[in-house]
Design a protein around this ligand. Sequence first.
Ligand code: NI
Length: 397
Amino acid sequence: MQREQILKEARSIQEWIVERRRQLHRHPELMYEEVKTSQLVRETLDELGVAYRSPIAETGVLASIGDGDGPCVALRADMDALPIHEQADVSFRSEVDGKMHACGHDCHTSMLLGAARLLKEHEDEIQGTVKLLFQPAEEGGAGGHRMSEEGALENPQVERIFGLHVWPTLETGSIGACEGTFLAAAGFMEITVRGRGGHAAMPQYTIDPVVAAAKVVTELQTIVSREIDPLDSGVVSVTTIHGGQASNVIPEEVRMKGTLRSLTMEGLQGLQQRVQEIATHVGTAHRCEVSVEFPGHDYPPTVNDRSLWNKTREIAGQMLGDDNVLEVPPVMGGEDFAYYTERVPGCFVGLGVRNEAVGATYMVHHPMFKADEEALPIGTALHVNFALESLRELATD
Ligand code: NI
């Protein structure tokens, strides 16, 4: 059966995939700075004889395999790293202080390169076109939005898209996702509380923004606990708070940042409105001026098409066994794959990379994060099978 055969082929090039993954891991680059990463992708595609368009979305690469015509299916990987200092004990540790592939995007990129290699070898079976989207800036830079705005889904028109993310709560050899909304709508906020600074021993001559900011933080917690339907989901997290320098000086202002999450765009907008109202009014109650900003790049929710998730379950079930294909409830993480599923039916899945035996137990965005590399050929095979089978179905539609 072709599905298992593809997995076998992916396993036979595991070393090749891992080699590229480790090279990327040593040289992490932050959003829209993926210059060397993009170069490695292009050089590999050159070696494979795969055509591509670059640059797109600054550092992105849009490759295509097949006859250049429809039907067309897209596969996507993100390339950016995080501003985290790596503490994982691996031989291919990050060589850049303060930067790390802590979200596994190095794995995503190398798995898609593996798929490019296998698809090129199977090019005679491709009726239509497979587009491979190597996109920048998933971590808050909306690179997926840029790719899609710059035409990645057009000419020929993409009819289905597939993507995956390493999933540290799932064991290697398994995958998981769900139908419908799988990942949340996500946005950021910046709050500034302005008072009047002065001597901390004479608070009567000041307007203290520290106390007001503390009230803002605690009052914001009532949005989720008291205003949202308990059966609905929302997150309001204040994640940074900065103000003052000395223990005997009341500062002029306190600045805070944070994030908002909901399973719908309307829900996210509702949270934004209430953050605005509560923060400004609590500030006023304490004689402070409060400004609330939402810097943009709000990610829509990532929505899985029912039939494509069923198709992926079937493929993965045959490759890994049905017991290793799991229904995972939605999570409040954001993902800019959403910018593609907004436009075309898509499927986004979590790929198990947890393996206690190799110390791969930490969550993504953790300085000790590690992915079990045995999972990489599985990801490659999922990409390839999804593309080949989808094209066959679309051709006979
Ligand atoms: Ni990620």
